[in-house]
Design a protein around this ligand. Structure first.
Ligand SMILES: [Zn+2]
Length: 221
């Protein structure tokens, strides 16, 4: 994942990773002992997102919680009719608006060394960037000079095309989980941008161009 970086960018990533390890807590849960190597593995991948954005983009939260493996969450929601629905799911990661990022170490470890378009660290921290302006909706605060309109046009056209494909039962060129909502779309496409950029370029060239401007990454991405 770091292969496209030159020595200046690698040095900057190292600095950011050090900053991350100083200001953010990475705690184990369910008996997981968090080693220095595990901390660096999480921090370096998270900081890849903000390599050219700056540390402000990781404001508003302080904690990462690592579970040994995928974890089960149970949520109760009350619908418009007053019925309470209980929903249990198994997750590899979760990101709370202004709260912690929760990751399954099994999944972090597996995703850290493969280039497949799947990376739980990038996914969950992309939600953090997205949520900076108060809601996760696929619209992170953009860099100066970027057009919100162009961003929204490119991402919503691609999102609608993906949803239409999924609804028609076709198999899309990216993980269909991206069709869940605009926030998941942004998070999943971020995974592709960093780990399988060629798939993203082929599939959604305009989205790739917007993400390249936003993350301001080397041309090789
Ligand atoms: Zn997500």
């Amino acid at each position: 994942m770091l292969q496209g970086l030159d020595s200046v960018q690698m040095a900057h990533l190292r600095e950011l990773t050090t900053w991350f390890l100083h200001v953010k807590a990475i705690n184990g849960a369910h008996g997981l002992e968090v080693t220095p190597a595990m901390r660096v593995t999480v921090a370096a991948q998270a900081c890849l997102l903000i390599l050219n954005l700056g540390t402000d983009y990781f404001d508003n939260w302080v904690e990462v919680i690592l579970y040994p493996g995928a974890f089960r969450v149970k949520r109760e929601q009350t619908d418009a009719m007053g019925l309470v629905h209980s929903d249990a799911r198994v997750l590899s990661g979760e990101s709370w608006l202004r709260g912690p990022v929760i990751l399954s170490w099994d999944d972090v470890e597996r995703d850290s060394f493969q280039q497949t378009g799947s990376n739980v660290v990038l996914h969950e921290f992309a939600h953090k960037l997205d949520g900076l302006n108060g809601a996760t909706n696929g619209q992170p605060p953009l860099r100066r000079g970027m057009s919100r309109q162009r961003w929204a046009d490119a991402l919503s056209a691609a999102y609608e095309a993906l949803r239409a494909q999924v609804a028609a039962g076709e198999s899309p060129c990216i993980n269909p989980y991206a069709a869940t909502n605009p926030a998941e779309f942004f998070a999943v496409l971020t995974e592709y941008f960093f780990t399988a950029p060629d798939i993203l370029k082929d599939c959604y060239p305009e989205v790739h161009q917007q993400l390249a401007q936003f993350y301001c990454q080397p041309a090789s991405r």
